[in-house]
Design a protein around this ligand. Structure first.
Ligand code: ADP
Length: 457
């Protein structure tokens, strides 16, 4: 089972039903440029094969020239994209429109050189209308549709009335020169183009409305989530000192008068200390869970991850020894170096190893492996313990969730360790996966990037 680590706190930008930014529009333009490379190269290859190779009677020079023009124009668009950063959305939108107009003109020239109304490729105009509906809103989609209609109709009548040269396609019959055929073809062309523009505009308006609604809902959810986190933070802060005071009070009482106390009183106080320790752990875990904004460039340091894993595992050897567990560590050579937040990496490793030990059976084996995969460091913590039922594997990353088997095995545990691990892994830009079979053991795999980066919001 793989854990989805999309940052739930990352807001969808308001108004993202249009373009979020000039930069994201630029990304779409890049995709558009790739299409254009394909189209231009396609024209050149087809013309070379048909006109030069097979000697078909087509307008080779004109067609090649238009294909080359398209390649040159696209080179200019690509170079401009690389050279200038996209900052102004209005400029980027204008640029898209200019590119679309040039493309429509180029398509019209290509059609004129290859039979005009006789050429079935006339429906390539539809592609532009579809792309326009992905990029623009209602009125602008129809502007592109009407431009396509205008250009093609002018081209067809231009040829018919002898204002433009006509290059007859060898595959087309003489019927293609009759007015009735021309009018029928133009009629269907108008219908298809306008229908596509209408459907495209409707679908995109509907999608954008849904997206707007989602953005509003996400805003509400984020606000609620922030309120919950603030509440936890407040409670954690307020509760920390009374719990610590109570714990040290009871411990001092035991130290000073433990020997003279009746066994039943001592037993009550011992249990009180144990429960207070658990409360302290919960408070500490909650503090970790609600801590935010730790991943700042200045907090990143270079960490020898081999060393960190070895030390963290060593700190838990006593606990493992108490259950007579074999605790193996396998580290790569040379050591993996990470640019990360040391305390967060330590917490991740410590929690996973601690769980593997606590949920193992006496005499079992826990193995910790670190693998260098180039861009990432992969930590695998494997045990032969109680395992996790399949239907509970989604839930163990939720706050306070403890599986039935875990509750039966031990009443110590806060259900906050894995949510903290997941939060930290997520903040460091990594992934976490769990594989487990109830009664047979579990394997937790964490992949951390060599260099953690602050996520873009
Ligand atoms: P806890 O304090 O209960 O261990 P965690 O958040 O660390 O809280 O873990 C949540 C739950 O996930 C545990 O209660 C247990 O049910 C399950 N779990 C975590 N690690 C293991 C493991 N290695 N083997 C079996 N179950 C595990």
């Amino acid at each position: 089972m793989r854990c989805d680590l999309r940052n739930p706190n990352e807001p969808i930008a308001p108004g993202s039903s249009q373009f979020v930014s000039a930069a994201s529009l630029r990304e779409r333009l890049d995709w558009f440029n790739k299409l254009r490379w394909g189209a231009a190269v396609g024209v050149l290859v087809v013309v070379l094969i048909a006109g030069v190779g097979l000697k078909a009677p087509i307008e080779v020079r004109g067609l090649l020239l238009t294909g080359v023009m398209l390649l040159l124009l696209n080179t200019v668009y690509v170079l401009r994209g690389r050279r200038f950063k996209a900052v102004d959305i209005a400029i980027e939108l204008r640029l898209v429109k200019v590119q679309m107009v040039c493309d429509l003109v180029a398509l019209t020239v290509l059609l004129n050189l290859s039979g005009g109304v006789e050429n079935p490729l006339l429906f390539l105009y539809v592609i532009h209308v579809i792309i326009a509906s992905l990029l623009f809103k209602g009125r602008e989609i129809f502007q592109i549709a009407w431009l396509a209609i205008f250009l093609f109709t002018a081209e067809v009548f231009g040829e018919y009335f002898g204002l433009l040269p006509h290059h007859h396609l060898p595959t087309a019959g003489e019927v293609a020169h009759e007015l009735s055929f021309i009018l029928m073809t133009l009629g269907s062309f108008w219908l298809v183009i306008l229908f596509c523009a209408y459907v495209g505009a409707r679908i995109m308006t509907h999608n954008r409305a849904i997206k707007d609604e989602l953005v509003v809902h996400q805003g509400v959810l984020l606000a609620e989530d922030r309120a919950k986190t603030d509440f936890f933070r407040f409670v954690t802060h307020e509760i920390k000192s009374p719990v610590n005071t109570a714990q040290s009070g009871v411990e001092t009482a035991l130290e000073l008068g433990g020997e003279t106390m009746a066994p039943s009183v001592r037993d009550v106080l011992d249990r009180a200390v144990s429960r207070l320790k658990q409360a302290t752990k919960i408070v500490q875990d909650l503090a970790d869970l609600t801590r935010g904004g730790i991943l700042k460039e200045e907090n990143l340091t270079e960490v020898d991850f081999n060393d960190l894993v070895a030390t963290t595992v060593d700190n838990q050897r006593d606990l493992a020894a108490r259950s007579r567990l074999e605790l193996n560590v396998l580290l790569p050579d040379p050591p993996v170096l990470l640019t990360t937040i040391r305390t967060m990496a330590e917490t991740i490793v410590a929690n996973l190893v601690n769980n593997a030990i606590r949920y193992s059976r006496e005499g079992g084996r826990v193995s910790v492996r670190l693998v260098d995969t180039g861009k990432r460091a992969r930590l695998v913590v494997e045990d032969e313990g109680i395992g996790i039922e399949e239907n509970e594997q989604d839930l163990i990353f939720d706050e306070f969730y403890r599986s039935t088997a875990a509750r039966e095995a031990s009443n110590l545990g806060t259900g906050l360790g894995l949510p903290i691990v997941r939060k930290f892994v997520e903040e460091l830009g990594g992934t976490i996966e769990v594989e487990s079979r109830a009664g047979h053991g579990s394997t937790f795999t964490v992949a951390l990037p060599r260099k953690s980066r602050k996520r873009r919001s």
